[in-house]
Ligand binder design. Structure first.
Ligand code: FES
Length: 200
């Protein structure tokens, strides 16, 4: 049983106790005053409240089981050892069924990417806004046109080239030419330490 289910069960028990005590208290009051109209109103209200609590208790397990369990959460992140990637090399890892390109860029690639004028870009974005560390470019390897996987080191800008319909990306993964509308997306990631990246 999950902790959220236990908490809800506890809340329901307290609510039931509260309603029961209220019921006794108000019943006694009404007995004294002989006001049957108030008693009927309270009975309706208490019935609705109990019904709502019962419905919540019945539905909660169904809602709760929709939450991802620990194994699914673990699958949604991927830790990658980057210690063996040489300067100028890339690797591709799978994350949530999609390829992620991790490239250790050379100084020339970094300088070229940083010096590109935004006015030259179809989807203007600074290189600095696409990386956490200039040396490491981490991005989804999914063409933003129709989802093919671009090829590294190809195309007019020697970044990535999508052969499906001819989209050219630069060394920062920004779209420069072809039908793709936007840059290659940057997934959520962080550096766990100098040799490990956690994607997701
Ligand atoms: S899917 Fe890449 S250019 Fe069409």
């Amino acid at each position: 049983m999950s902790s959220s289910y236990l908490i809800l069960t506890t809340i329901i028990i307290f609510l039931l106790i509260f309603l029961y005590i209220s019921w006794i208290f108000i019943s006694n009051e009404i007995e004294n005053k002989k006001e049957t109209g108030e008693r009927r109103d309270f009975l309706y209200t208490a019935s609705y409240a109990l019904g709502a609590v019962g419905l919540g208790a019945a539905v909660w397990p169904l809602v709760d089981q929709m939450n991802p369990d620990a194994s699914v959460k673990a699958l949604s992140t991927t830790e990658v050892d980057i210690s063996n990637i040489d300067v100028g090399k890339s690797i591709t890892v799978l994350w949530r069924g999609k390829p992620v390109f991790i490239r250790r860029r050379t100084q020339e690639e970094i300088i070229e990417s940083q010096n590109t004028k935004l006015t030259e870009l179809k989807d203007p974005q600074k290189d600095q806004d696409r990386v956490k560390k200039p040396e490491w470019l981490v991005m989804l390897g999914v063409c933003t046109h129709l989802g093919c996987v671009p090829l590294g080191g190809k195309g007019d800008y020697k970044g990535w080239f999508c052969p499906c319909h001819g989209s050219h990306y630069d060394k920062s993964g920004r779209i420069r030419k072809g039908p793709a509308p936007t840059n290659l997306p940057i997934p959520k990631y962080e550096f766990v330490d100098n040799n490990t990246i956690k994607i997701g």
